[in-house]
Write a protein that binds this ligand. Sequence first.
Ligand code: PLP
Length: 270
Amino acid sequence: LAYPIDEHRYINVMTIAGSDPSGGAGLQADLKTFASLYCYGMTTITALTAQNTCGVDGIYSLPASFVRQQLESVFSDINIDAIKIGMLEREEIIVEVAQFLEEKRAAAALPPLVVDPVIYAKSGDQIIDNNAINILKEKIIPFATLLTPNRQEACRLLGRDNIGLEDLEESAKELLKLGTKAVLIKGIHGRDCLLVREQENAVWIGETTDWIDSKNVHGTGCTYSAAITAFLGRGDPLVRAVQKAKIYITEAIRAGATYKQGHGAGPVCH
Ligand code: PLP
């Protein structure tokens, strides 16, 4: 999926995420998005999953020390323009990644960071430890330039059963208190999103987007947050980065709507 980018200078982006061997979500979706948006994509793998379009069959978590080693190898060698964090499955890994981010921040070397608080796969399977959710709030979210929960993840982070439409803005402000600079609640009415920043008016993104009827939505959250990371790394201001990424994900869903891939929720098309 080509996106009109004015200059074709490559930038370097890193995703810290889990693997989806069926290629629809996780770091595979991130890499496809980065490549489409003229970014040189890199991966720090936190966990391997065994899954397909129907659901998640297994999770194999990497040792936290090895997650750290991957980060050190790459960051000691290559300049990174933006980071995305996806699936951080367990407390030890979260603590290790947080420690690394702290060191980068202390050295004034932390680039824009998008945190996608991955809790569930599209199949509904929970793919991180219950305990990890609280640690993520405490240790990772305070480093974020942008936090990108869907409505279900926002509920879980806030410990609520449901967030009504009338409560969205107030819920996003509640999430801001965790220390992130901005919050994007995705997938309201299945398509538009609400962006809330410190000291600024809330902004609706994609309100005029038409509804695309597709069962192929596996990896939409990953793709959207990866696209935002790519545009932030290129230097776009936050609102513009989110608007452009919204166009990217909408067109990726449209292009993938006729895919016949597997028996469940297939991927979007990059
Ligand atoms: N990260 C990994 C490794 C996954 O397996 C999944 C879902 O299966 C996700 C993230 C989140 O996927 P989505 O973009 O569909 O919310």
